[in-house]
Design a binder for this molecule. Structure first.
Ligand SMILES: NC(=O)c1ccc[n+]([C@@H]2O[C@H](COP(=O)([O-])OP(=O)(O)OC[C@H]3O[C@@H](n4cnc5c(N)ncnc54)[C@H](O)[C@@H]3O)[C@@H](O)[C@H]2O)c1
Length: 359
């Protein structure tokens, strides 16, 4: 706990770093002091764009970790680099925020849980969807009993096309096309991590996971792991599923990725719909509640996807100042990773996968 601004080093200043920077730039509790990318021109471009031209530029993680003007590292690297970077950051005594998925497999996840629990400083797995304001409101409503006991969750991810989406550099797509670098497909494993995190957030750990994962070539080259469906059973006969459909000609309003995301949670006495994520189709209220014959639309909620990053980072800065556990802890990140890996394994082996939780 400290009252001085936390000095932040961002490692991997690629596509997503723009959304991580927002809260660090605006919150007086933080200051970006260093940027690290193996391509110095990318880091320099970010420093210019963010107006932090005083930040040091490094091209090597070890050099960044050796700096004594960096308290916290935000690790935004391709997935196969997560384990080593996070272990090195702990060895160097840094506070760590590690992007999802925490790593590639359960062996690596167990190493990170063990190392982070033996570590004296905070360690966070960065998951933003559970901090999206419509999701936070839905969670609060459920905790107030708005839909009774949640019985099922349905998640839908629907990439398409968008006239307004940001540009994704070829390099950010290239490593996602490689199982060795990404650990699984771009939609069910990589983006799916967020959807498994939502299912976990609202329903807990599943007991069983079953999936069909197909592959579709994209007109622009490469593949998407869609159409796919993952179904899951939670304790107490509660259920859920994730449906992933790629609609190449579906226009989606988005400032970020060209993808629509929707969630429906059905309880014993009501239903909640979350109608946005990366982008949106049409203009439905971001959150809608049905109960007792009445429909309530919650329109007065910030729905921009960048807000999920802002809130997740704000939460971590508050933990650093006031104490408590970051969300996600390494243990929670491992729960979500186990869920995502079970979906991949089920599709590969053509059978349902029983989830055995680590103690
Ligand atoms: N939370 C979300 O919604 C969300 C969205 C997109 C990406 N992500 C995650 O963020 C991470 C980065 O994704 P991205 O889309 O920004 O990828 P990206 O490819 O755009 O960025 C990665 C950056 O890391 C740099 N890099 C690679 N190896 C390096 C090394 N050894 N040392 C220093 N720099 C190195 C690359 O040059 C690149 O600029 C991934 O874990 C991804 O899953 C999360």
């Amino acid at each position: 706990m400290t009252s001085k601004p936390i000095r932040v080093g961002i490692v991997g200043t690629g596509r997503i770093s723009d959304l991580h920077a927002i809260e660090y730039l605006n919150n007086p509790a933080a200051q970006i002091t260093a940027l690290c990318d193996r391509d110095a021109s990318i880091a320099q471009g970010r420093a210019q764009a963010w107006g932090c031209t005083d930040a040091a530029i490094e091209t090597d993680l070890d050099a960044l970790l050796a700096r004594d003007d960096v308290d916290l590292v935000e690790l935004l690297l391709p997935h196969h680099l997560h384990l080593e970077a996070a272990l090195k950051a702990m060895d160097a005594g840094k506070i760590v925020s590690l992007q999802k998925p925490m790593c590639m497999n359960m062996d690596e996840a167990n190493q990170l849980v063990e190392a982070s629990e033996a570590y004296s400083r905070p360690f966070k797995i960065f998951e933003n969807f559970i901090f999206h304001p419509p999701v936070m409101k839905a969670k609060a409503l459920i905790e107030d009993g708005a839909i009774g006991t949640p019985l099922s969750i349905r998640l839908k991810s629907n990439p398409g096309t968008s006239k307004t989406a940001w540009e994704v550099p070829g390099a950010a797509d290239a490593w996602r096309q490689s199982i060795e670098a990404a650990g699984g497909g771009p939609l069910v494993f990589d983006d799916g991590h967020h959807k498994f995190a939502l299912a976990w957030h609202f329903m807990g750990n599943p007991e069983e996971v079953h999936s069909f994962i197909h592959q579709t070539e994209r007109p622009t080259g490469g593949f998407f792991d869609a159409p796919s469906i993952v179904s899951f059973r939670f304790p107490g006969q509660r259920i859920g599923n994730l449906e992933v459909v790629y609609s190449p000609d579906l226009e989606i309003a988005s400032q970020y990725y060209a993808q629509d995301d929707r969630v429906e949670i059905t309880g014993t006495s009501g239903i909640l719909w979350i109608n946005c994520g990366h982008g949106q189709i049409g203009d439905p209220a971001p959150l809608v509640l049905y109960r007792d014959g009445d429909v309530t639309e919650y329109r007065d909620i910030a729905k921009g996807w960048e807000q999920s990053f802002v809130q997740s980072t704000r939460h971590f800065l508050a933990v650093l100042r006031h104490g408590g556990d970051p969300k996600l802890t390494a243990r929670e990140g491992r729960d979500v990773l186990r869920f995502a890996l079970a979906a991949e394994q089920s599709a590969r082996e053509g059978r349902a996968i029983e989830i055995v939780e680590a103690k």
